[in-house]
Design a protein around this ligand. Structure first.
Ligand code: S3P
Length: 171
């Protein structure tokens, strides 16, 4: 397998870190939300609105099985709830990007496209609900991870370097 899987809460920067790892290594990247959107030929927001969350989670399970069977040597970034798939550890080395909720929320708000970043995330429509979800999930992300990286206050190149170094140590 030799995949690296990035897990963590919405907006923590899984996509940005993935792009930085690609820059620093020979790895090719894919994102589970992108795979789902292309399977369905529609956006996550539409899938949630039309079919509901359970349908979306079933798609994540399907993608997880495909990753386990067919994908190797790849950097995989995931949607914030993907870590719950039963075969996560069979896909590759699981890296949890961790940061306090406030840091994550500020990061989204500071983005030039903050509005659309929030709008496209059905589970980030209500800040109190998002915070509750964060609190429920924080210990579960840790439990699911082989490696935990605290990303707060760090530059992307530093985070990517740390991940590559730790994954290589783990091998
Ligand atoms: C979700 C996170 C989203 C996306 C979907 C559900 C979640 O991905 O998969 O909206 O359950 O946390 P991001 O983490 O990229 O926002």
């Amino acid at each position: 397998m030799n995949n690296i899987i990035l897990i963590g809460f919405m907006g923590v920067g899984k996509g940005s870190v993935a792009r930085e790892i690609v820059k620093q290594s020979e790895m090719i990247a894919l994102d589970t939300d992108d795979v789902i959107e292309s399977m369905e030929n529609r956006k996550i927001k539409k899938i949630f609105a039309k079919e509901g969350e359970a349908y979306f989670r079933a798609l994540e399970h399907k993608v997880a099985l495909w990753l386990q069977k067919e994908v190797s040597g790849t950097l995989i970034s995931t949607g914030g709830g993907f870590f719950k798939v039963p075969n996560l550890s069979e896909i590759g080395t699981v890296v949890y990007l961790s940061a306090p909720f406030e840091t994550i929320y500020q990061r989204i708000r500071a983005h030039p496209n903050a509005k659309s970043k929030l709008r496209k995330r059905p589970l980030f429509q209500d800040i109190d609900k998002a915070k509750k979800l964060y609190e429920e999930r924080a210990p579960l992300y840790k439990e699911a991870a082989d490696i935990v990286i605290d990303v707060s206050g760090k530059e992307l190149d530093e985070i990517a370097g740390e991940i590559l170094q730790k994954v290589r140590q783990d091998d």
